[in-house]
Design a protein around this ligand. Structure first.
Ligand code: DP6
Length: 345
């Protein structure tokens, strides 16, 4: 017999960035963070987990390619999930002993991995969620988020839809470092995100080593995690609950800039933004100035691609300006390829 279950998890984009670990093995962060999870219909990972007494080893196929499950991160997730399943089995003798079977995991992204989007977040969230379903574990997303977190920090936020907070916690074992819902997407359905693929290069400093370098060398970093982020975390949650776009947008842009500032303050410095990213930043500020109010916000992760947040009522204005600008700057031909992926929440 083969037992199977499938699950999807969408990509999430942080509006208050996670950058820095206090424990590398458990992926415990140095600050709390907030993100918006894109809708299930857009960028997501679909994962099917199967197990059988006939399988002789754990295996993972990612986008059709056999990948290793040997990493400490993947092993930590599998061990936790098997541990929870053992508890379920101990309570009910009649259940098949799935915890003892090897797993075959088939995972597929519906977006190009090379686009530099945070695929590990959706990937680990979908993996944990599919295995939890297969094992019939209680659907407690905050509990499962602690397991996904061990796979990749930001993955813990992809277990929830809508507006999500990752509370850093302060326990050494990480039991209180989990994702919680701030508000479902239905709370603010007019909020949209556009992803501008500025470059599909994968040559940046990976976030895992980048944040370690920042923690070890940046002087600004201490200021960010002690003074700036704790206050911003509370303010951003408030802005989301009040659907205050201007406040939400201002905090989002400031936090993106603060994160890239600590990257630049690392030694040697880490650069994620390129000239096109900087043009997008200027363009959004110019647009907001012209409008006399903030109608769009940018944010950038560990790469040059921009995510623009706006209210759907302003979609034509915001996306129209971006299209027009980049078609004029260097001729549409050059940029149409780069700015071709406009994905919405
Ligand atoms: C800039 O979650 O990829 O996207 O925990 O080492 O896997 P690991 O790092 P990861 O870092 C994400 C960094 C970020 C900000 C964010 O998503 O909050």
């Amino acid at each position: 017999t083969i037992f199977s279950a499938s699950s999807t998890a969408p990509v999430n984009i942080a509006t208050l960035k996670y950058w820095g670990k206090r424990d590398k093995l458990l992926n415990l962060p140095t600050n709390s963070s907030i993100s918006v999870t894109l809708s299930q219909n857009d960028l997501r990972t679909l994962t099917t987990a199967s197990c059988s007494a006939d399988f002789d080893s754990d295996k993972l196929w990612l986008n059709g390619k056999l990948e290793s499950l040997e990493s400490v991160r993947s092993q930590a997730c599998l061990a936790d999930l098997r541990g929870l399943r053992e508890k379920v089995e101990a309570k009910d003798e009649s259940l098949p002993k799935l915890s003892q079977y090897k797993l075959h995991i088939v995972s597929e992204n519906n977006f190009p991995t090379a686009a530099g989007l945070a695929s590990s977040a959706a990937g680990f969230a979908a993996l944990v969620s599919a295995i939890a379903k297969l094992y019939k574990l209680p659907e407690d997303m905050s509990e499962l988020s602690k397991i996904a977190r061990k796979g990749s920090g930001s993955a813990c936020r992809s277990l929830f839809g809508g507006f999500v907070a990752w509370e850093m916690g302060d326990l050494e074992n990480g039991e209180d470092s989990k994702a919680v819902e701030v508000a479902p997407l239905s709370h603010w359905p007019t909020m949209k995100a556009a992803i501008l693929v500025v470059s599909d290069d994968k040559k940046d400093t990976p976030s895992t080593s980048g944040m370690q370098q920042t923690v070890a060398t940046s002087d600004l970093f201490q200021h960010r995690i002690t003074e700036v982020v704790p206050k911003r975390f509370e303010e951003m949650k408030k802005a989301i609950l009040a659907k205050d776009f201007e406040k939400f947008a201002e905090l989002t842009m400031k936090d993106s800039n603060s994160f890239h500032a600590v990257c630049l303050d690392s030694y040697p410095p880490i650069f994620y933004l390129n000239d096109t990213s900087k043009q997008v930043i200027k363009l959004i500020h110019r647009l907001n100035e012209q409008e006399g109010k903030t109608i769009a916000a940018y944010t950038f992760d560990a790469g040059p691609n921009a995510v623009i947040y706006y209210d759907e009522i302003n979609e034509k204005k915001v996306l129209g300006l971006i299209y027009n600008y980049f078609s004029q700057v260097a001729g549409w031909e050059k940029y149409s390829k780069d700015v071709s992926t406009l994905d919405k929440i």
